[in-house]
Design a protein around this ligand. Sequence first.
Ligand SMILES: Nc1ncnc2c1ncn2[C@@H]1O[C@H](COP(=O)(O)OP(=O)(O)O)[C@@H](O)[C@H]1O
Ligand SMILES: O=P(O)(O)OC[C@H]1O[C@](O)(COP(=O)(O)O)[C@@H](O)[C@@H]1O
Ligand SMILES: [Mg+2]
Length: 554
Amino acid sequence: MDSPISSSASLAAPRLRCFDPSSSPNHSPRHFSTSSRNGSMENLTYSEPKIVTGEAGYVLEDVPHFTDYIPDLPTYPNPLQDNPAYSVVKQYFVNMDDTVAQKIVVEKNSPRGTHFRRAGPRQKVYFESEEVHACIVTCGGLCPGLNTVIREIVCGLYHMYGVHKVLGIEGGYRGFYARNTIPLTPKVVNDIHKRGGTILGTSRGGHDTFKIVDSIQDRGINQVYIIGGDGTQKGASVIFEEIRRRGLKVAVAGIPKTIDNDIPVIDKSFGFDTAVEEAQRAISAGHIESESFENGIGLVKLMGRYSGFIAMYATLASRDVDCCLIPESPFYLEGPGGLFEFIEKRLKEHGHMVIVIAEGAGQELVSESLRTTDQQDASGNKLLQDVGLCISQKIKDHFKRKKMVINLKYIDPTYMIRAVPSNASDNVYCTLLAHSVIHGTMAGYTGFISGPVNGRHAYIPFHRVLKEKQNKVVITDRMWARLLSSTNQPSFLDHKDVMEDDKEKVGQTQLVNGKSHLGTTTAKPRDIENREEPPTPLANGINRIEATIAMEKD
Ligand SMILES: Nc1ncnc2c1ncn2[C@@H]1O[C@H](COP(=O)(O)OP(=O)(O)O)[C@@H](O)[C@H]1O
Ligand SMILES: O=P(O)(O)OC[C@H]1O[C@](O)(COP(=O)(O)O)[C@@H](O)[C@@H]1O
Ligand SMILES: [Mg+2]
């Protein structure tokens, strides 16, 4: 480990040379009109997205490349062609024109739609091995697999591209300017995939674009690997824009990390499977506890700030869950069709039950008294109240009033499911992610994240990930219908809600069978506690409606 100053000195890295971007023939004049010292996104103007159109409605959302702003860069043959492990593979190099379709279910005459550049090694690279000075940083919350991604970036750079200078930035974004660095070698990272967490440490907040880019430039770093969630990728995008503005030959690449699975475009985030698997242990505990007591209720809280994917998949996988509550599906407690009525019914039928609740569900039900003055974390994310505790208390109070004996056990494994090492399939996934991102940066691409789209790894420009809404469970989609049919829980959503929401979201609706239908997941629980008519079951609703922003591919 070393101090920021000593590390750049000890590696004898020359401060990076700037090219004048305006002298490039591909220079887009829309780069940056203003920028702020604190790195906030609002004041920045972004470089033009590279959109290429083709026949039959084909659209390629291309990623930025060094040649967009640095003229006359030399290229080199990819060292992989002499690597005994890879040179035997037929067609190992990706064809320059290969792209990955975002939409693979198409109709006969529908346009070909959006495509992304296919990830993988290119014949030519824009770095010589000895020239590369890479760094890796992890930001935001923990996620199983962070160490595996770090390991595979280091080993991939070493073994595939002969790169020996890789630096770990400690403690997230602020580590660029306020913390030590760790030289990373295959030996240092050899066993880290067996551990949860991140050997580099992580943090929220502390993103200062100019300090970060100054640090990158001063240390002579020319490949920046940024592992993090939606917030992190916003930060990465600003770093990329500043680097481009300075005309630096520095590749900035994001590896999407989110246990909540809320990053759009990509199929699934690493660590998600592990988290769902780990959640099974908590659900099983809840089930065993509930079975063992009179009118036992196991209430399990799982992570999921705005997206209930972990809760949904953990519920579907377990089959022991009677009710799954997620942020996308508002619910209510009292009255016909409410949670209390359902609990009573299930207890009378089975004598016990398990409820899974995502941490972001039912926030509007948490009483004002529980709210703290801290409304946001250091990254600006809304701080949530413990909905599990609150609902537990409300359930207990309700049945006390009814003089019905219940035994409720509240299990909160939230941090346990994200602090574990990644499972076998996530480990393989992390390896592919790491290799894909290395191939991209070596090929001169920058300003992108790497991730699977319909099972094929692709390079997705930052702007594309950032402009889309967070991935959310589409409660009008088939996967949620499967869950409802598996738990047989109430929908907490009636026709009136659907139609009212439909009116509000005119721009997002689509016509199904000639009628207007809900195209969003955000039906609000308006007047839900005072509802006069009992809600109709969702089963009817979901047959009637179709989702326009479906993420689940089933
Ligand atoms: N809009 C933004 N612009 C620049 N940096 C951001 C932005 N949002 C978040 N960040 C930075 O990204 C890092 C991680 O963000 P956070 O939201 O905590 O986690 P995650 O990336 O997992 O969503 C923090 O250091 C934060 O300062
Ligand atoms: O207590 P912390 O570290 O802020 O983490 C809690 C949050 O982290 C999450 O796992 C999401 O984290 P990210 O934003 O880093 O993806 C949420 O599910 C949860 O609300
Ligand atoms: Mg986030």
